[in-house]
Design a protein. Structure first.
Length: 259
């Protein structure tokens, strides 16, 4: 039986502060995800698990006709409120499940799901639904956290070493390499490719950001002069782009497979 909090607003997981590496990761992930969806005048784009609606509004501002599909009543209400306050083109908001999208076949030029698919209890069906509602030759874009990233591997190894060889207790609470309780799937690149590849002809598989969540990395980029810090972050991102298995987030994009 599916048990979901339909009033959830994500305030428990949205950080109240930020660091340079977090700022870089989320800005870069958003920019690349939206660019792969190719929003523009005359294009119809579906934002699956649209949350507060910030991405849908950003794409609408580029001239696209955007629909945000989100099951949470609270987040949908918030998106509508923010949309009403915004100037310029508006998005349309629909409450709907990712694995049963309330749209006809071939309704959109593109569908995207940024940072949410590991929260779905049926992610494979969600990808199939996105492929169904996108026209032939259109594009489905996924952005997924990688729990086998370089940062996750290094942090796990460091904690094992401290615990087994130095006899130190590992810090309590969830570490950044631990899958959160509200995630149904622990993703790494091979699983991402397998699930997406069942329904999409993959055109893009690229990484975003490197070393996010490692305390030493966070401290380093915080202490460096701002210009040098962001140059280092961009260099790390360039490396991650070509080595998605090591990246903090992986972007996948492709055309729906012909049935």
């Amino acid at each position: 039986m599916r048990v979901v909090d339909l009033d959830r607003d994500m305030s428990d997981v949205i950080p109240t502060g930020t660091t340079r590496d977090s700022e870089h990761l989320f800005e870069r992930m958003t920019a690349l995800t939206l660019a792969l969806a190719r929003p523009g005048p005359g294009r119809r784009v579906l934002d699956v698990a649209s949350g507060f609606g910030q991405d849908a509004l950003a794409m609408a501002a580029q001239g696209a006709h955007v629909v945000g599909a989100e099951p949470s009543a609270r987040m949908t209400a918030w998106a509508r409120l923010k949309s009403a306050e915004a100037d310029g083109p508006q998005a349309q908001w629909v409450r709907g499940w990712s694995d049963g999208l309330p749209f006809a076949d071939d309704s959109f030029d593109a569908a995207l799901c940024k940072g949410a698919i590991d929260h779905f209890d049926r992610p494979d069906q969600a990808i199939a639904e996105m492929a169904r509602v996108v026209r032939p030759g259109g594009r489905v874009v996924l952005a997924i956290a990688n729990f086998e990233s370089l940062a996750c591997r290094a942090a796990r190894a460091g904690d094992r070493f401290r615990e087994r060889w130095l006899g130190r207790a590992v810090r309590r609470g969830r570490r950044h390499y631990d899958v959160p309780a509200d995630h149904f799937t622990r993703y790494e690149v091979d699983l991402m490719r397998e699930q997406a590849g069942e329904h999409l002809e993959l055109e893009t598989v690229r990484g975003v950001s490197l070393c996010w969540g490692l305390p030493s990395w966070t401290r380093l980029v915080q202490r460096l002069p701002e210009k040098l810090a962001f140059s280092l972050l961009r260099t790390a991102d360039d490396i991650a782009g070509g080595m998605p298995s090591l990246a903090d987030v992986v972007l996948l994009a492709g055309r729906p497979r012909a049935l």
